[in-house]
Design a protein around this ligand. Structure first.
Ligand SMILES: [Zn+2]
Length: 298
């Protein structure tokens, strides 16, 4: 399963299995859990429509999520239990949340501001389950498969995170990829207006003529952040480039020869691109990336 997740982490898609023995029963069971998890997501989204229309609007946005999970669990347990034991249906519901909890834990993507962490949603699901099922024996049977499912997912996270050499290789190649992409975007967008001017004018005119392409840079960075994942690597890169360009532009600002002035604007504008991107982020990204700019007053 760790290998599976490695493949998933690399491609962000469910790739065919290779090199691991898996029995037919295991495949059928995994497919069943996936089917139930998909139904759980659907019920969850339907529940939002119902909650938005029928429940008073004073509910906190995060409570909407807990409540939608609860409706999704109850709907799954009542409608899917004809074909499957309740324990399996519940395991499917928890799996739906555990997949994302695993992504949370590996910090592949930035946190959502409007959604509670998935680990809290699992706790809340178990609490609702306890309140709903009066018979202690049934509750214990169902919750024990919840714990078993959680253990499987935790093992995957531990394997991926701490022991797998492949994963650290993967991270360092991902880091190279992200570094190259960000360098490319900065090179492409630092002197947007100036490309329309002659080289002489670039040098003669002041910085108003060498204008960074804020909008395009920010859009492309957002795409990288939202769909590429690995926001910690992006953060790390921005921090190092911002600090480097800041000190370079300070060091060059005193020189007046033409060549140095171009270098100065290059550093200065790259810094401005990063500054503009970071300050355009909404919460919780604004907080996550805020410290990239912490050196700005130094
Ligand atoms: Zn939701």
């Amino acid at each position: 399963m760790a290998d599976d997740f490695y493949v998933f982490g690399k491609t962000l898609s469910i790739a065919p299995r290779q090199g691991v023995d898996i029995s037919k029963d295991q495949i059928v069971f995994a497919a069943t859990l996936c089917d139930i998890a998909i139904m759980f997501y659907l019920f969850h989204e339907f529940a939002h429509i119902f909650i938005d229309e029928d429940i008073e609007e004073e509910l906190d946005k995060k409570d909407h999520e807990y409540l939608a999970d609860y409706f999704a669990m109850v709907s799954s347990l009542t409608t899917l239990s004809e074909g499957h034991p309740l324990t399996v249906v519940y395991a499917g519901c928890e799996s739906a949340l555990l997949v994302f909890s695993m992504v949370d834990e590996l910090r592949l993507f930035p946190p959502y501001s409007t959604h509670p962490p998935f680990s809290d949603r699992i706790k809340s699901l178990r609490q609702f389950l306890k309140e709903d099922i009066e018979d202690e024996g049934s509750y214990n049977a169902i919750i024990s498969i919840g714990h078993a499912t959680e253990t499987i997912f935790n093992n995957i996270v531990n394997n991926v995170d701490k022991r797998s050499e492949k994963y650290s290789d993967f991270i360092s190649s991902k880091k190279k990829e992200i570094d190259t992409e960000i360098d490319y975007l900065l090179d492409l967008h630092w002197n947007w207006e100036s490309t329309r001017l002659t080289k002489e004018m670039k040098v003669i005119n002041d910085k108003n003529y060498i204008c960074p392409n804020y909008a395009t840079f920010t859009n492309e960075m957002m795409v990288l952040l939202r769909y590429g994942g690995h926001y910690e690597l992006i953060h790390e890169k921005l921090l190092s480039v911002y600090t480097a360009t800041l000190s370079k532009s300070q060091e060059l600002s005193e020189h007046t020869d033409e060549c140095t002035r171009v270098q100065f604007f290059e550093s200065f504008n790259k810094m401005k691109l990063i500054y503009n991107f970071v300050t355009s982020l909404s919460e919780p990204l604004a907080t996550v990336f805020g410290d990239v700019l912490q050196n700005r007053k130094n």
